[in-house]
Every structure is written in structure tokens, then in C-alpha cells.
Design a protein around this ligand. Structure first.
Ligand SMILES: Cc1cc2nc3c(=O)[nH]c(=O)nc-3n(C[C@H](O)[C@H](O)[C@H](O)COP(=O)(O)OP(=O)(O)OC[C@H]3O[C@@H](n4cnc5c(N)ncnc54)[C@H](O)[C@@H]3O)c2cc1C
Length: 365
């Protein structure tokens, strides 16, 4: 019996498993793929997402992707170029790098990670409450909480019939690829009538180049995605020339599978995080940061729930808790963090490590 089973082990799932395991929960993290594994994503992580990784001590998950304090945003000829607030940095790590590092971090924190495991359905009790997962191989795993981090076509969301709260039509078709030898400093963003473009340095000295067009142009665009991509760059100053001076080193990926949808996030025995909960057009590059934020929100709720169950037992602090509390009492800084947990202003301190003995205590309801 697990406290938490997480379905999907990329940014939302690995991060959720990591934080739950750091709280001392028994966590199973499964994914049908094996890491390192790529996925369709142009992978800019906004400064808000980078702040989260930094708070978790995981900046190393970015590998050798360069960080950018400045960005150049050309909106139909109006140039907005400058620094992010508070010295924030944007990075664009390959998903083969970022996701693999997060999976490893979850395992290091104590989560059991099973790769190549395809979830086929959910288990339920007589009241319809979700109680676990069933694999394609027929295996079953029971849990106090099942987290669907299984992306925009989430099986978990489908099985629990999570309601769609907001939905908008698909608006764009997106293409991107990787070039070496492109002269580029910090990230560049362009908006032109009917087009948006981004070019960002990423791991291994490569530059990721992305362009999108209205989804109605999909058939025409996919006949020659490279031409669509590179010709679009010619609308962006000398970017087309700079990209052509380099060498494309990977295939051009193109997709119109870009839904815009927000689903309800929790129900009896289940929660959704990442794209399973909210997916939107990548033109604003928010999905990865949202996924990390979701993991933190679930962790905050479950942590306070577990702490409250512990305190509500009204038993004297046992085990390592008593010396820990004495150490907190001796330090002004630790006391401030301790009080911050109850004040709701400290989210990362975990003074109540140790395993939950009542698996249902993992449910955030
Ligand atoms: C073209 C494109 C460009 C993008 N660019 C950016 C960008 O620049 N910046 C940004 O922040 N976001 C971007 N995004 C969005 C970003 O990729 C997603 O928001 C992010 O990947 C969501 O992460 P996730 O962990 O929720 O889901 P996913 O990354 O979709 O991972 C879901 C995982 O669940 C697993 N899974 C699914 N079903 C099962 C099952 N039944 N059993 C076991 N495992 C299962 C899958 O194998 C997968 O590994 C882009 C998206 C696209 C399509």
C-alpha cells in the first residue's frame, strides 16, 4: 500500500513524487516510457519555474543550458528588450536533461520509480473512491492518493471523468528544431501577423528555433515544415540568415495537438497536476513552470494535512521530533521558519519527516 501513486514521470509527476517523498510519504512513480526520453516541447522554463527548482536545490537539473537574465521581444516592430524582475533567469533545458534529472531526484528522495510501466486503469472502492492503479501487465498498486501527471490526454482524468472547467479551441500549429552554429546571445521572441517565433540557446551549444502559425494553415504547413519554419524566420530581422548560417542537427517536429483546457483538479482519492490539469497553447511557454507549481501546491496541502493529523493526535512528540523541536527553540532562524509553516509563508521546511501511518492521510480533500 502506497501513500501516493503518481502516473507520469515528467515535470509534473517527477516533481510531485519528489516533494511527497521528501515529506516522508511512501511514493510510487510510474511512466510508460524510459528515461532519458524526449517529448514534444520547446522547453523554455520561466524565471518562476527556475525559482522553484532553486528552492528545491535542483538547479543542476538544467544541465549545461545557459541562463538568460535578458530577453528580446519584438512585437510587430516594437522592441521590448530588458531584464526579468528581481534578477530572474530564463533557461531552456532539453526535456531529455530536465525530466531525467527530476526522475533521478525523486528516486534519490526515496520514491520508488518504475519505468516502462503502462497504466491501464484505476482501482476504486465501493463508494467510487479511487484506491489505486492497474497496469497493462495486470499488476495492481493501492494508494491513499493517485496523482494523474499523465499529460494532456490523461488517462487518470478520463477515468475519473474530471470535468472541464474552461476550454478554448486549438489555435496554432507549431514547428521547431535544433541548430548548431547559430549566432545568438540571449533568447529572442518575435510576433508577426499570423506568426510567433522563439529562438533560445539550449544544452550542448544548440539553439532551439520555434515558429507557430494559425491552425488553419496546418495542411499547407506540414507539406514542408522546414520551409514554413525557416521562411517565417525571414520575417524576423536577420534571424533567418543567422539560422541558415548554422546547421540543423535534428528533424523538424510539427504538431497541431495543442489544446487549451482547464480541468477540475481533485476528487475522492485523486488529483491532477501539470497538463492533465491545465494545458494551453505553448506560445507563452508556461506549461513546465505550471507543472512545477502544481507539484508544490499538492505538496503544501498534503504536508499541512499530515502535520495536522500528527498534531491532532495530541500525543507528546516522540522519536526525533523532541530533539528537533529543542533545536528549533535554540535558533532564531529555525524558530522563524517553524512559525512560517503555520503562517503559510514557508513552503519548503519539512520538520515532520517520517512516514504517514494512515495512508488516507495523503488525501488533500
Ligand atoms: C510544441 C510544444 C512546445 C512547448 N513549449 C513549451 C515551452 O517552451 N515551455 C513550457 O513551459 N512548456 C512548453 N510546452 C508545454 C510543456 O511541454 C507541457 O506543459 C509539459 O510537458 C507538461 O508536463 P507534464 O509532466 O504535465 O506532462 P507530460 O510532459 O505530457 O508527461 C506526461 C507523462 O505521462 C506519461 N503517461 C501518459 N499516460 C500514461 C499511462 N497510461 N501510463 C504511464 N505513463 C503515462 C507519458 O509517458 C509522459 O511521460 C510545449 C508543448 C508543446 C506541445
Amino acid at each position: 500500500m502506497w501513500d501516493v501513486v503518481v502516473v507520469g514521470a515528467r515535470v509534473a509527476g517527477a516533481a510531485t513524487a519528489l516533494l511527497q517523498a521528501r515529506q516522508g510519504a511512501r511514493v510510487l512513480l510510474v511512466d510508460r516510457v524510459r528515461f532519458p526520453s524526449d517529448t514534444l516541447s520547446t522547453h523554455q522554463v520561466q524565471p518562476a519555474g527556475i525559482d522553484i527548482l532553486e528552492r528545491w536545490g535542483l538547479l543542476k537539473a538544467l544541465g549545461d543550458a545557459p541562463g538568460h537574465e535578458r530577453v528580446r521581444f519584438d512585437i510587430d516592430g516594437t522592441l521590448i528588450e530588458g531584464a526579468f524582475p528581481g534578477g530572474g533567469r530564463l533557461y531552456s533545458p532539453r526535456r531529455t536533461v530536465l525530466d531525467t534529472a527530476l526522475v533521478q531526484a525523486a528516486a534519490d528522495a526515496g520514491a520508488e520509480v518504475v519505468q516502462g510501466y503502462h497504466v491501464a486503469g484505476l482501482l476504486r472502492d465501493d463508494d467510487g473512491r479511487v484506491t489505486g492503479i492497474r497496469g497493462r501487465d495486470g499488476s495492481e498498486h493501492r494508494a491513499g492518493l493517485v496523482v494523474g501527471a499523465d499529460g494532456k490526454h490523461s488517462l487518470v482524468a478520463r477515468e475519473v471523468r474530471a470535468r472541464t472547467v474552461v476550454e478554448a479551441p486549438v489555435r496554432t500549429v507549431a514547428s521547431y528544431s535544433y541548430w548548431e552554429g547559430v549566432e545568438i546571445g540571449h533568447g529572442e521572441l518575435y510576433h508577426r501577423p499570423g506568426r510567433a517565433v522563439a529562438a533560445f540557446p539550449t544544452n550542448g551549444g544548440l539553439t532551439m528555433v520555434y515558429a507557430c502559425a494559425p491552425v488553419g494553415e496546418f495542411d499547407e504547413w506540414r507539406r514542408d515544415p522546414e520551409a514554413g519554419l525557416v521562411q517565417t524566420l525571414d520575417r524576423c530581422g536577420d534571424l533567418g540568415d543567422r539560422v541558415r548560417a548554422g546547421k540543423r542537427v535534428e528533424r523538424v517536429r510539427t504538431t497541431n495537438d495543442l489544446p487549451n483546457r482547464i480541468r477540475e483538479a481533485t476528487g475522492p482519492g485523486w488529483a491532477l497536476v501539470g497538463d492533465a490539469r491545465m494545458v494551453m497553447d505553448p506560445v507563452t511557454a508556461q506549461g513546465i513552470s505550471n507543472a512545477l507549481r502544481d507539484a508544490e501546491q499538492v505538496a503544501d496541502r498534503t504536508r499541512m494535512f499530515r502535520i495536522t493529523q500528527r498534531i491532532a493526535r495530541l500525543t507528546p512528540p516522540g522519536g526525533i521530533l523532541r530533539p528537533l523541536l529543542k533545536a528549533v527553540a535554540r535558533s532564531d532562524a529555525a524558530t522563524t521558519r517553524f512559525l512560517g509553516i503555520f503562517a503559510g509563508t514557508v513552503t519548503t521546511a519539512l520538520p515532520w519527516g517520517g512516514r504517514s501511518r494512515t495512508p488516507r492521510a495523503a488525501c488533500p480533500r
